[in-house]
Design a protein around this ligand. Structure first.
Ligand code: ADP
Ligand code: MG
Length: 324
């Protein structure tokens, strides 16, 4: 595992306006990491054995950073959480995942884990594991909500694992359309794609490629003002229903669009649909588009996360990566 592909700092704004960032840890962070790990793990309910994390010292943290990766989460530049990554028995494992007790319930852990999973995907990793103590079912439930599933038992822990998102580097707008073109042959009637990413990240550009691949009539343009547009295919492929959920108040307003009726016969592509459009189908393909902090850099990273039995992760990875 190399750490020279250091991630750019990933940032988000908390509801109270403070800035949340995640960056790679460096050896000089070891004392701060140790302090967080001890405070966070001491605050956990005591069950069974003392967690190994309480036996850490600065040297053991330095050794972990040396042999693997560490990610540090900061609020306004103060460290509040950590995730360590190490290769153990041939598998990549997350460990020492913690957030300081006074910063819980803000979504810090979810944000951090999402950034870590995306960064590991960018590094070419495919699968990740972790150990969750058996005595804490709510901890296991939290990891299940983040895509992990139990796959065995090790000592007093459940081994949980998940596939990482498929990461695709997209240098320019044509390459984004190319990605849509390559995904289109995999798509069939009833499929739901939920695309997320900031304004101008390339969601509509991707939809254009998907539309071209499905052979649809009419230009695929931003549906912001009409909320949803139906593009019938000229090639006996399903129609593309292209919707924009940005202005919708929530799932109830989405119902008003009547997409339910068209979903079964079409490929439905919803921009800004996260948290709103999931109910349209049982399975879905989530697509997250990220751009770096340098505004002059046009490169996007696209993360594809298949949800449900409909999708084959391998087929998606093969199609998405193409010859690139
Ligand atoms: N790598 C890239 N991928 C996608 N679009 C890009 C890329 N580089 C530059 N662009 C430009 O960024 C803009 C993306 O706009 P659009 O697809 O409408 O975004 P969104 O629908 O996410 O708001 C387009 O003007 C496109 O030409
Ligand atoms: Mg758009």
């Amino acid at each position: 595992m190399t750490s020279d592909a250091a991630p750019e700092r990933a940032a988000a704004t908390l509801p109270d306006g403070r800035e949340l960032t995640v960056r790679l840890a460096v050896p000089a962070d070891a004392p701060a990491i140790l302090d967080m790990v001890h405070r966070a793990f001491l605050a956990r309910p005591v069950a069974g054995e003392r967690p190994d994390a309480l036996k850490d010292d600065v040297r053991s943290i330095e050794a972990r950073l040396d042999n693997g990766l560490g990610y540090l989460t900061l609020i306004d530049d103060r460290p509040v959480g950590v995730v360590m990554v190490a290769r153990q028995r041939g598998a990549l494992r997350l460990g020492r995942v913690c957030v300081l007790p006074e910063h819980r319930r803000l979504g810090v852990a979810s944000f951090t884990v999402d950034v870590v999973l995306e960064d590991l995907a960018v590094r070419g990793e495919e699968r990740v594991q972790l150990l969750a103590r058996q005595e804490f079912p709510s901890l296991q439930a939290w990891w299940r909500r983040h895509g992990f599933e139990a796959q065995g038992v090790e000592g007093n822990c459940v081994v949980m694992a998940r596939l990482l998102p498929v990461a695709v580097e997209v240098p320019d707008a044509d390459a984004m359309r190319g990605l849509g073109l390559r995904l289109a042959p995999l798509l069939r009637a009833g499929d739901l794609i939920i695309a997320s990413g900031d304004l101008g990240s390339g969601k509509t550009t991707l939809a254009q490629g998907v539309g071209a691949g499905l052979g649809v009539a009419g230009p695929v343009i931003s549906p912001t003002f009409v909320l949803a547009r139906v593009h019938p295919s000229r090639d006996e492929r399903p129609a593309l229903v292209h919707a924009d959920a940005y202005r919708l108040g929530g799932a109830a307003e989405l119902d008003d669009l009547g997409l339910d009726d068209s979903v079964a016969a079409s490929v439905t592509f919803v921009e800004w649909g996260a948290g709103v459009a999931e109910a349209l189908a049982s399975d879905r393909l989530e697509i997250d588009i990220r751009r770096g902090i340098d505004p002059d850099d046009e490169t996007r990273w696209v993360f594809l996360t298949p949800i449900g039995a409909r999708w084959s992760h391998d087929a998606l990875a093969t199609a998405a990566k193409g010859d690139a």
